[in-house]
Design a binder for this molecule. Structure first.
Ligand SMILES: Nc1nc2c(c(=O)[nH]1)N[C@H]1C(S)=C(S)[C@@H](COP(=O)(O)OP(=O)(O)OC[C@H]3O[C@@H](n4cnc5c(=O)[nH]c(N)nc54)[C@H](O)[C@@H]3O)O[C@H]1N2
Ligand SMILES: Nc1nc2c(c(=O)[nH]1)N[C@H]1C(S)=C(S)[C@@H](COP(=O)(O)OP(=O)(O)OC[C@H]3O[C@@H](n4cnc5c(=O)[nH]c(N)nc54)[C@H](O)[C@@H]3O)O[C@H]1N2
Ligand SMILES: [Mo]
Length: 765
């Protein structure tokens, strides 16, 4: 009989080695590191061949991040971490039915995320029967019949369909069409945990839930703000754009509790190949804010713009609303509150303010350091307020740049992966698809977990991702998943979501972005949308890891046929040639005219963006709206700390490539807690001290033992740990207002020396 395996990833037992954090990103070590990852996983010939196809016009879109491609691509248009993502997908399909016969689910669950990923690609569909201890092979047809039977036996609103952001536009569009034909809007996605706050914040303020800049704008900016983002690790190709901007005279303002490498100094790895050894210092000013204090900083910067009278009065008068109340709120915020919250001096904020006041074109870039906070939506709107004051939108070199994570997360939302779509979007779908779709909003990620915990979900289908490890509150989520009748994972690699399952489970292995996709009419390409709203083609060129893999669109079509027959759409015919899916997209989605033709253009095409294209704002009052917010209280009780959860340099979300966080100088072990050295001295602790963490929320506590302390340049009272290890400490209902995004960067904690008996917050020394 099967017992529920341990939900949390087991700790790594390797020795922790610490070295001096790096100021410089990329450069020779990065080139060496991409090569090593490739060689280890693919061999020499395949490494060179593969890396030459990344982000080329006739190649595949890098499965790493969503940063756009420059118009003039070099023959190696990838970064160190993109190369790791490609090499990781190009591994052999060693996870076979024989492998599953040898290893029980319980044994596999004792392996860490790092070890699971190293096993290689999944080769065949497999089934974990009720009560079984091992996955066993199953035919594709039998698998689809099983899912269809379960779906048809329940109310559509008791089924949930998750999506991670690597899924192509074609797969995502067909998938949401199937889910809505079946009868639900239960379409949570990774975006709910990621840039949902950006979408909601920008939507209210400027009428579009996306960024408003192009790559060319970055090159023409006067001042670039980089807020709550670590591009050296997570968007390395962005550093090249920042460097180009600097060479054109731009200045960069970095707002971050950590001095992230890359913004300090940067060497372009491809310049090394061209033997250009010049180094660029990227950030002109680093404002080392305390965690969660960006809203206070924005109020300070807004005050300085008022003092400098750096205002575009004509823009404010003709294009915006709400200016007076926003200004009054900034004026009412005393400087001592701003200084206390941010931990910065007034002079340093004024220096940054002066730089902004002189700027003719400012761009604000941000990522998870803003979105994953209680006030994620409000703080983004404060950033928008700051730029709107001087009309920095819809002009060259100016605007908003939420830097997206997964390579097609933005496209997935555009084509309908959305649990709360507006009525106009659904009207368009009905017109294009020719059938009526449900109107009631579905579950987002957090609501889906609660519904599972409450026994309201019978079938859970995941198009990619690693739901268990990526979501908050790992133990609670594991219990919630165990309530479900059938869980299904469409995946490329093994992860914990295959091991902590519903009563019955299926793994359906799919082709990756890099692999050739052949359907009845021949080889297919797909389309994706990058972080700047450019839609373009992507075509895999590598031989699939196993002959038994199917493409995501083909999996959706077979599932739809098995569940609904051909009543709503000719599913099988649509996947025989993806042009058919694209025709349907053209008929259903705004801005997709001549889709098949424009998707084939070399550099793709830009989706309409009214604020960028014509300074037009599709809000209810047709204005850009200044939004007024009061500051959140960021004080915590005595002996409490605020912890943020971060990515290391050697991971892609829950996929752990290695145990090195090279730029931060942390090697060999991920179960670490970054802490201010003075805070450590105050507790009498040294480097490597083992501590237990208790998180606190609404009177509840969550506990995780044995984290090694690393003294780090982080503000006092702040801590940092790695995602996904620390997710067990993130309370499910600690979420951002409006966007409901888990507050992965705001976890209130107390610490105890490991093994000490006193309870949370005590003086255990
Ligand atoms: N190699 C690699 N690339 C990736 C990913 C990956 O895991 N690996 N993940 C992809 C995905 S899905 C995403 S969403 C992006 C994530 O990209 P990032 O958002 O850069 O990723 P995080 O590691 O979450 O880093 C958040 C940054 O915010 C800072 N921060 C935290 N709290 C605050 C705060 O209160 N204020 C300010 N100003 N800063 C704060 C942290 O110090 C850190 O530098 O990267 C994408 N690209
Ligand atoms: N504490 C904390 N939690 C967080 C975050 C944080 O900063 N802190 N960040 C959040 C963010 S920004 C995000 S985006 C989410 C990420 O959440 P997810 O997107 O759910 O997680 P990933 O780790 O990206 O998913 C990895 C899995 O996707 C599968 N996969 C890879 N490529 C493909 C493909 O082409 N097709 C299919 N079908 N499967 C594929 C592989 O099996 C792999 O194991 O996590 C969130 N969780
Ligand atoms: Mo993300």
């Amino acid at each position: 009989m099967r017992t529920t395996p341990h939900a949390r990833t087991p700790p790594d037992n390797q020795k922790l080695r610490l070295s001096k954090p790096k100021k410089k990103a990329a450069g020779l070590p990065a080139v060496a590191s991409s090569g090593v990852h490739g060689l280890r996983k693919m061999g020499l010939v395949k490494t060179v061949k593969t890396l030459r196809m990344v982000n080329q016009k006739d190649g595949f879109d890098c499965p790493g991040c969503a940063w756009p491609d420059p118009a003039h691509r070099t023959s190696f248009e990838f970064c160190e971490n993109g190369a790791k993502a490609v090499a990781d997908e190009a591994m052999k399909a060693n996870v076979t039915p024989e492998f599953f016969a040898r290893n029980s689910v319980e044994e596999l669950a004792r392996m860490s995320d790092f070890e699971l990923n190293r096993l290689g690609r999944l080769s065949n569909p497999v089934h974990l029967a009720k009560g079984a201890t091992h996955y066993a092979p199953v035919s594709w047809d039998a698998a689809f019949e099983m899912v269809a039977k379960n779906l048809n036996a329940t109310d559509p609103n008791r089924a949930v369909f998750y999506t991670s952001g690597r899924t192509s536009n074609e797969a995502a569009f067909l998938y949401q069409a199937f889910v809505r034909a079946y009868g639900t809007n239960n379409l949570p996605d990774c975006s709910n945990m990621c840039h949902e706050s950006s979408g909601k914040g920008l939507g209210q303020s400027i009428g579009i839930g996306k960024g408003t800049v192009s790559l060319d704008d970055i090159h023409h900016a006067d001042v670039l703000l980089v807020i709550g983002q670590n591009p050296g690790t997570n968007h390395p190709r962005m550093l090249s754009a920042l460097r180009d901007a600097k060479q054109n005279g731009a200045r960069i303002l970095h707002v971050n509790p950590l001095p992230e490498a890359g913004l300090a100094t940067f060497k372009h790895p491809q310049d090394y190949m061209k033997l250009d050894f010049e180094t660029t210092t990227l950030a002109d000013i680093h404002l080392q804010v305390r965690i969660g204090s960006d809203a206070a900083l924005m109020k300070g910067l807004i005050k300085t713009q008022l003092a400098h009278q750096a205002l575009d009065l004509n823009f404010i008068k003709t294009k915006t609303a709400g200016f007076e109340s926003m200004v009054a709120s900034a004026e009412d915020t005393p400087w001592d509150r701003i200084v206390r919250d941010t931990g910065l001096t007034r002079a340093s904020i004024e220096e940054a303010g002066a730089m902004l006041a002189q700027s003719k074109a400012t761009i604000a870039c941000w990522a998870m350091g803003l979105t994953q906070h209680r006030n994620g939506v409000a703080v983004i709107q404060e950033v928008v307020n700051l730029l709107l004051m001087n009309g920095h939108v819809g002009r060259k070199g100016a605007g908003f740049c939420p830097v997206r994570g997964h390579s097609n997360v933005q496209g997935d939302r555009t084509v309908g992966i959305w649990e709360a779509p507006p009525p106009a979007f659904l009207d368009g779908l009905e017109a294009g698809l020719g059938f009526s779709v449900p109107r009631e909003h579905g579950y987002d990620v957090v609501h889906a977990i609660q519904a599972m915990a409450d026994g309201k979900v019978d079938v859970f289908f995941c198009m990619g991702g690693n739901f268990l490890s990526a979501t908050p509150d790992t133990d609670l989520t594991a219990k919630a998943l165990a309530n479900i009748g059938l869980t299904v994972q469409v995946s490329t690699k093994l992860n914990r979501s295959h091991l902590v399952t519903g009563k019955e489970a299926l793994i359906l292995p799919c082709l990756g972005r890099t692999e050739t996709d052949v359907q009845a009419s021949g080889e297919q390409f797909v389309t994706v949308e990058n972080s700047m709203g450019i839609v373009h083609r992507s075509q895999g060129r590598l031989k699939p890891a196993s002959p038994f893999l199917r493409s995501e669109p083909s999996i959706v079509a077979s599932l739809a046929s098995a569940t609904l027959g051909q009543t709503h759409l000719p599913w099988e015919e649509l996947v025989s040639n993806y042009d058919g899916i694209r025709d349907l997209m053209e008929a259903s989605l705004a801005g997709f005219e001549d889709y098949n033709q424009r998707a084939r253009q070399d550099d793709g095409f830009a989706l309409p963006n009214p604020p960028r294209d014509e300074q037009r704002f599709e809000t209810p009052n047709n204005k850009a709206n200044f939004q007024t917010h009061t500051l959140p209280n960021i004080d915590v009780p005595e002996h409490h700390y605020v912890m943020m959860t971060l990515r290391s340099h050697d991971q892609y979300n829950t996929t752990i490539y290695g145990l090195h966080d090279r730029y931060r100088g942390i090697h060999g072990n991920r179960r670490v807690l970054l802490m201010n050295a003075e805070d450590m001295v105050e507790r009498g602790w040294k480097a490597r001290q083992s501590v237990d963490i208790t998180s606190h929320f609404n009177g509840e506590t969550r506990f995780a033992e044995a984290w090694q302390l690393v003294p780090y340049d982080i503000p006092r009272g702040n801590l940092a740990s790695y995602f996904p290890e620390a997710n067990a400490l993130v309370p499910l209902h600690s979420t951002a207002e409006i966007s409901n995004t888990p507050t992965s960067k705001w976890i209130v904690c107390t610490l105890n020396a490991s093994g000490s008996l006193s309870d949370a917050g005590g003086e255990e020394e």
